[in-house]
Design a protein around this ligand. Structure first.
Ligand SMILES: O=C(O)CCC(=O)C(=O)O
Ligand SMILES: [Fe+2]
Length: 364
């Protein structure tokens, strides 16, 4: 992943949530207890109208007749504009592979803590096992264990972080990442078409795109009402592909028009979201929505998340086609590597990271 902070950081004690659980204590350590305004308010049920994000059928885009294609492209465009999220079905990735990576990830998280800590995530970095995005002693912690790896290009990989246990881990991650890469390229072609742009525009612009994977494991929590599984954030990627564990409970929430909307898992679907890079490139037309994860009292949850982004040397800024009199340019131009560094060296805090790219509105 991108370069990280050189400073020594004092991040205080970071308890491993799976180990806390083994202690069978019902009292949540104070570092995990959120301020009242941040707590998830689980009792409040959102309107049923809001309870599902759009589902895109990739088969209709790849091989549907003219009418099916047209309707699906319109749906894709509306999903990216209004939600910044959709679920994709008929994505052509074998269910076996999805099941295999899920099994590997679970096997990894179930290893004894000493085994997992052989791949430590150093404070202020985002690869290895632990909690990312923690920069100070007084920062609240997420009820989550993460394991993250840089995959593509080869130079961002840290070979010391590739587990040899469970066996086949690296082989499965390689195969999976290739398939997800193909899917991202395909989706970006349709996203370009939905904007009436040349289908290759993103692929050509991104050069050798960067890809990283993060596995998030949310153990059960005695007080889901007090904690967050993952703090609210938007993703710094161009596109993110999220696989939820089979039979997962609802855990992912998207902020839409000021309301947290739970994402109902759809069997064998993958959840796709627009990252900050596409928001900037489209001058805000396609949104990188704020999202978070919550925990559950009786059910643990796993998510396997792939971040797909341009090569670090690429310059990003709103595309000319996205700017006109009624849509003045909202973001400045910057180098993607610079943004990536900014993203990974700041705590997750809603869409605050994207302030980096915003042009302040003119005072009248
Ligand atoms: O686990 C989830 O559903 C959310 C994960 C996520 O947003 C992330 O890893 O960036
Ligand atoms: Fe995310």
């Amino acid at each position: 992943m991108a370069p990280v902070l050189d400073l020594p950081l004092n991040v205080g004690q970071i308890d491993d949530v799976q180990e806390l659980k083994k202690g069978r204590k019902t009292k949540i350590p104070i570092r995990f207890v959120r301020d009242v305004a941040e707590r998830p308010m689980l009792a409040a049920t959102p309107s049923p109208l809001l309870s599902s994000i759009p589902v895109i059928d990739l088969k209709k885009l790849m091989s549907g007749n003219k009418e099916e294609f047209h309707l699906e492209i319109l749906k894709l465009s509306a999903s990216c504009e209004e939600w910044g999220f959709f679920q994709v079905i008929n994505h052509a990735i074998e269910v076996d592979l999805l099941e295999k990576i899920e099994k590997m990830a679970m096997e990894f998280f179930m290893l004894p803590v000493e085994e997992k800590q052989k791949y430590p995530m150093a404070p202020g970095t985002v690869q290895g096992y632990g909690q990312a995005f923690v920069f100070s002693e007084d920062q609240k912690l997420d009820w989550c264990n993460m394991f993250a790896l840089g995959l593509v290009p080869h130079s961002i990989r840290n070979p010391k972080l590739w587990p040899t246990n469970p066996p086949m881990f690296s082989e499965t991650v390689e195969t999976y990442s290739k398939e997800i890469r193909k899917l991202c390229k395909t989706l970006l072609r349709f996203i370009a078409l939905s904007l009436r742009l040349n289908a290759n525009v993103f692929e050509e612009m991104f050069r050798e795109s960067v890809q990283a994977i993060r596995m998030n494991y949310y153990p059960t929590c005695p007080r889901p009402d007090l904690v967050l599984g993952l703090s609210p954030h938007s993703d710094g990627s161009a596109l993110t592909v999220l696989q939820q564990g089979k039979g997962n409970t609802v855990g992912l929430h998207i902020l839409k028009d000021g309301t947290w909307v739970p994402v109902q898992p759809v069997k064998n679907a993958l959840v796709i979201n627009i990252g900050d890079t596409i928001e900037v490139l489209t001058n805000g037309r396609y949104k990188s929505s704020e999202h978070r994860a919550i925990t559950h009292k009786e059910k643990d949850r796993l998510s396997i998340v792939t971040f797909y982004a341009p090569s670090y040397e690429v310059e990003i800024g709103p595309m000319q086609e996205m700017i006109d009199e009624s849509n003045p340019c909202k973001y400045r131009r910057y180098n993607h590597g610079e943004y990536s560094r900014h993203y990974v060296t700041n705590k997750l805090e809603g869409k605050k990271t994207l302030e980096f790219a915003k042009i302040p509105p003119k005072k009248s």
